[in-house]
Design a protein around this ligand. Sequence first.
Ligand code: XMP
Length: 532
Amino acid sequence: MGERRLADRAAVDADSVVVLDFGSQYSRLIARRVRELHVYSELLPFDTPWSEIVARKPKAVILSGGPASVYEAGSPHPDPALWTGRIPILGICYGLHLMAQALGGEVVSFSRKEFGPAVVSVTEGDRLFAGLEPEQSVWMSHGDSIARLPDGFRPTARTDSTPYAAAADPDRGLYGIQFHPEVVHTPNGREILRNFVVGIAGARQTWTATNFIASTVEEIRRRVDEHSRKTGTDGKVLCALSGGVDSAVAATLVHLAVGERLICVHVDHGMMRKNETELLRTAFDQLGVRVIVVDARERFLRKLEGVTDPEQKRHIIGNEFIRVFEEEAAKLGQIDFLTQGTLYPDVIESATSVKEKAATKIKTHHNVGGLPEDLSFQLIEPLRYLFKDEVRAVGKELGLPESMVQRQPFPGPGLAIRIIGEVTPERLDTLREADWIVIDEIKAAGLYRSVWQSFAILTPIRSVGVMGDGRTYANVVAIRAVTSEDAMTADWAKLPYEVLARISARIVNEVPGVNRVVYDISSKPPATIEWE
Ligand code: XMP
């Protein structure tokens, strides 16, 4: 599997930078920042063997920060071959400490721990700080510090509390910084990373959507053709289209590669938002992609009758989805490949975790397209090296409609987990209309892309109201809008009062059976983004 992944990536003519993950909460961000420079970068576990790193032909290696101390027993260390490998290295915080310790310097616990903003003074002309002012605002987060530099290194920047805020041995291509260039609180962090990746390591900035599309399409075509030749089959590819950007982009790439041999199936489980299935159908019609829309709305509703428990809803929808999808696949004859919109964060998640992941299950996530593992297809995952924003850039380049490319995340079980209590056709209609208004107003206010998600929830509460001269006793709808980087944590969005007022007024006026609107002001944690 490892080899195949490598081959997929190597298909793109792009220089790469390997980031070794020593457990910093910012590790992923480093890889993202490098990619923003249009240089491909991959996050690998800290103990990846040198041979595997070299096989990727990286232009440079970046060592992330991490919570451990390099002198502690059991702290994570890289393959020592790294130090003599003649590939430029940038050590960030813990990464700098590793470098200093491994090459004969000394790292100690720091009496004046530094957390938060600091100002470094660049003390010596250094390529890492090329083009920057001598005083730089940076973000520090360390409890250890260098007491003595290894031979060959010289300090290049200092702060009031440490003479070694940065150090370098340019002859060996080794650079280290005590601060974090990857976070936004280091305003020139991007320039510093650019100086290293492009200036020092000489990586070409060719990782673009256009290049990615050309080489990925070529690679998929080669793989499917080769398989057909060897097995004498048609090389048919199946794709479950959810309506989200990931599966849409994956399907479009595969379509460009194999044309008619791609068959997309969209299971309409009836929990989609207003017009979503139609939008999907039109968009793919225009692209000439064959989509089978399975109208399974009644089937799902029947299964959900009387069900109020959130986990039970999730299970029913997940299982039923698989059943419907399998039935459709069986009608299509021999299928050789299945394409999925797996993204890089999912790949990293399963590969690099330094710490044990929390074992408590919060809720059962189900991806539409999250299929059982025993299906006998080979997988095509064209997005497994992309971050979400890169997927959007590719989608845009492919000509997918803006509404699909920029669509906010939407859970696999759909509106069912935004209806608290039983899911009925009437309640789905109520929520769908209210949700439509939320999105419409958020878009009109130009906020759709700055919030992570914005939607309505139909609560089981009814409240008393007055309309005209009459008493009403009707549904309460809640509005949820959150800001977030990755959905792991989230804050409630501080929407302007005028926007909230418009949403509220429109919902009570336009959606029958709703007389009250409330705004959810909980962050995650302790709440989650969805209500169920
Ligand atoms: P929570 O509610 O756990 O949600 O804070 C985090 C993010 O995940 C989305 N979500 C799902 N996505 N299948 C999905 O594909 C699911 O079953 C599912 N449940 C929640 C949620 O919308 C948010 O973006």
